[in-house]
Design a protein around this ligand. Structure first.
Ligand SMILES: [Mn+2]
Length: 328
């Protein structure tokens, strides 16, 4: 086993953990498998170090993570008093304070440690370990565990594997290096079940998802001489199919998979006139820049933001922000 990046400064993390009496690990809102997998892996490691640790998020973990050991120990909603008395909060995979979905006042009497791989991270922590070289925050936790001298076990290996698998779009992104595959080999050696992960993450969708997918594909539009592909799903379609945002996870891949498309855009209406936008790009386009222009954030190849108004207006705003990266 060797770390992905040997020059990351992990010592402040170790110091903070050693000093802490009680630790709250928190994932970002609308959590994905990277943030949940990272949260779980940190949890298993700190538990094994004998620390008092809790996991609590604003939102429930996505169903694709249900197979991960200890996922049911993550609470969500209002922060219970027992957890609020923590003196250290560890945020994983959250690019900004707002992504934690918690009142600022919560952090007043706590140390906040920010571990993330988003280039757009606002360095909101008292301690920030932010490194956009990593393909996933889960991969950062793989390095952290080595720094802490905590060996992988089947639970932490499964959690990190889920994080890396999903954040690399199943090892398909440019962020996947030979070292990433060597890490993955370690995870499998340590007990990550590849087939179980695939089944849980990619083959556990509700039938209604495919009703929704029909509507989504019906909305597919290709613009900019074939260079952009747009999919949108209005709120009433989620209501009609009794689904929510997480059920359309991955729809954007249909847009991305079209020949000649440099930028894929998925627009879903979370509630009336509030639209969650996801971007995916192929090199050399940088959708992180587009998302930031629109008040969001992310990486070069995957980013997102929230916009308000009618679908037409939202599409126009996105179009305006896109122009520069399409014609540099
Ligand atoms: Mn991530």
């Amino acid at each position: 086993m060797s770390s992905l990046y040997a020059d990351v400064l992990w010592q402040p993390v170790l110091d903070a953990v050693q000093e802490a009496k009680q630790i709250h690990i928190i994932a970002h809102v609308n959590p994905d498998a990277d943030t949940i997998g990272s949260q779980l892996a940190v949890y298993h490691a700190l538990k094994s170090m004998g620390k008092c640790v809790f996991m609590h998020n604003r939102d429930v973990a996505p169903y694709i993570c249900r197979y991960l050991p200890a996922v049911h120990e993550i609470s969500h909603g209002e922060i219970p008093n027992e957890i609020a008395s923590s003196d250290l909060v560890i945020a994983v995979d959250a690019g900004s304070m707002g992504r934690l979905g918690v009142d600022l006042a919560y952090f007043e009497d706590k140390k906040l440690l920010n571990i993330d791989h988003h280039a757009s991270n606002t360095l909101y922590g008292d301690i920030n370990v932010v490194d956009a070289r990593y393909c996933a925050t889960g991969a950062m936790i793989y390095d952290l565990l080595q720094y802490l001298h905590v060996p992988l076990n089947p639970a932490s290996a499964a959690a990190i594997y889920a994080a890396v698998l999903t954040d690399t779009a199943s090892f398909r992104l440019a962020s996947v290096s030979a070292d990433v595959h060597r890490m993955t080999a370690d995870l499998i050696d340590a007990g990550a079940d590849v087939a179980l992960a695939a089944q849980s993450i990619y083959q556990s969708h509700k039938p209604a998802r495919f009703e929704l997918l029909k509507y989504a594909l019906d909305s597919l539009e290709i613009r900019h001489d074939g260079r952009t592909a747009w999919i949108s799903v209005a709120h009433d379609l989620y209501e009609k199919t009794d689904l929510c945002g997480e059920d359309s996870e991955g729809f954007i891949d249909y847009a991305r998979s079209i020949e000649g498309v440099d930028v894929a855009i998925f627009i879903r209406e979370e509630k009336s006139q509030e639209w969650k936008i996801s971007f995916r790009a192929k090199a050399p386009c940088d959708v992180g820049v587009v998302a930031e222009k629109l008040g969001g954030g992310g990486h070069q190849y995957a980013a997102g933001c929230t916009l308000f108004g009618s679908l037409d207006k939202v599409q126009e705003d996105i179009n305006d922000a896109l122009v520069d990266i399409l014609n540099p």
